[in-house]
Design a binder for this molecule. Sequence first.
Ligand SMILES: [Zn+2]
Length: 469
Amino acid sequence: MKIYNTLTKKKEEFIPVNPPNVGIYVCGPTVYDYFHIGNARSFVMADIIQRYMRYKGYKVKFVMNLTDVDDKIIKKANEEGVDAKEIAERFSEAFFEDIEKLKVRRADVYPKATEHIAEIVDLIKKLEKKGIAYRTNGDVFYDVLKFDGYGKLSGKKLDELESGARVEVNEKKHNPLDFALWKSAKPDEPHWESPWGEGRPGWHIECSAMSMKHLGESFDIHAGGHDLIFPHHENEIAQSEGATGKPFVKYWIHFGFLNIRDEKMSKSLGNFFTAREILKKYPAETIRLLFSQTHYASPLNFSEELLNSVNKGLEKITNFYQTINGLINQTDESAGYPQFDVQKFYHAFEAAMDDDFNTPKAVAVIYDFIKEANKLISGEKNYSKNFYADILKFMDKTAEGVLGIVQKEKVSQSDTPEKVDELLDLLIKTRLEAKKSKNYQLADMIRDELNKLGYILQDTKDGTIIKRK
Ligand SMILES: [Zn+2]
């Protein structure tokens, strides 16, 4: 298996540190809001990577942190006048609900920053002892000039980074690229005791402390969004290797950006979608299939048209699965096994996935498989139970087991509350058009029929409002 490694900028043969064990750490959410569809892409692709590692027989330990103390959480808590803890708990719960809906398998550990303060403090103490960290009035900073390898992940030299990065100006720092390991307590902020006084950890040190605690000082795979390469992951390497003197992570994997119609997603542009919103309209399998059709490292251009077209692909997969599932119980005893080489498709699927998790190719293999099998089953002939069982097994292991794109129980979408709202909207618009063209008979009919169904329409100067009886 080959993986593109951001650290070496090459596709490399995957050789685990301690086979058959594989340790994977993925930067998780900062729990201050619902996660957006770009985050969903990272979570789903990381899920596919861990599922495939398990498919290959590796003993995977998958760790994803929850950043539950952070400026954004504190800001939101202050806006709402509640405790930071309440915000973190509310959105952690929402995070788990949404990843479950996305069919993302649970990680083995979800460490929380606030439950690893002792480990974080220990790590900072180590760095201070080695002279790599310095304190100024209750804050502790990392001294980037003391770590030789600084810039090796982003592939940039210190002066390039200094001029290119938007680094915060702070006269307490020796170098503009130095970053906070420990921040002294401010009023109304969560804080903990430490050798440097009361305060809270910086974001970067959390990931170093939690990944090494749960996966060891050197582990296999660290993944995250492309935007985390600098400074977050660069800083993680500096902290961990600075403290231990050992290589921190063997393979760094980064997920490409998700754009909305060629534009960066942002709240101010009005093109911001949470995963939760999209999941109300589309099944998880559609979203996962859409993500799988693009290589994890490439940018992905997201739109509803794209989701709708992917939905058609999903229908094909679902129909095929249901047909085979129906056929498996109606075969006659004398039916034989046709000329069909399932192994060929396993090999093709694995070859695709072994090549830096080439999911677009893997999806193409699934479609080829369906096409060939469909040719056989569309005829009059019956085949042996074994044949249908082999087909289902292939779909279960690859399409569902690794990619998560088989709708096992096809959910009826017609009666979701959102669909009902859309239909009511449509009727109100139709009635309005009828009134405009003076077709009062039709307008009244729509009102009366809705009334029978338990909805009351009221015309106001701001438009029509609808109420349930
Ligand atoms: Zn992280």
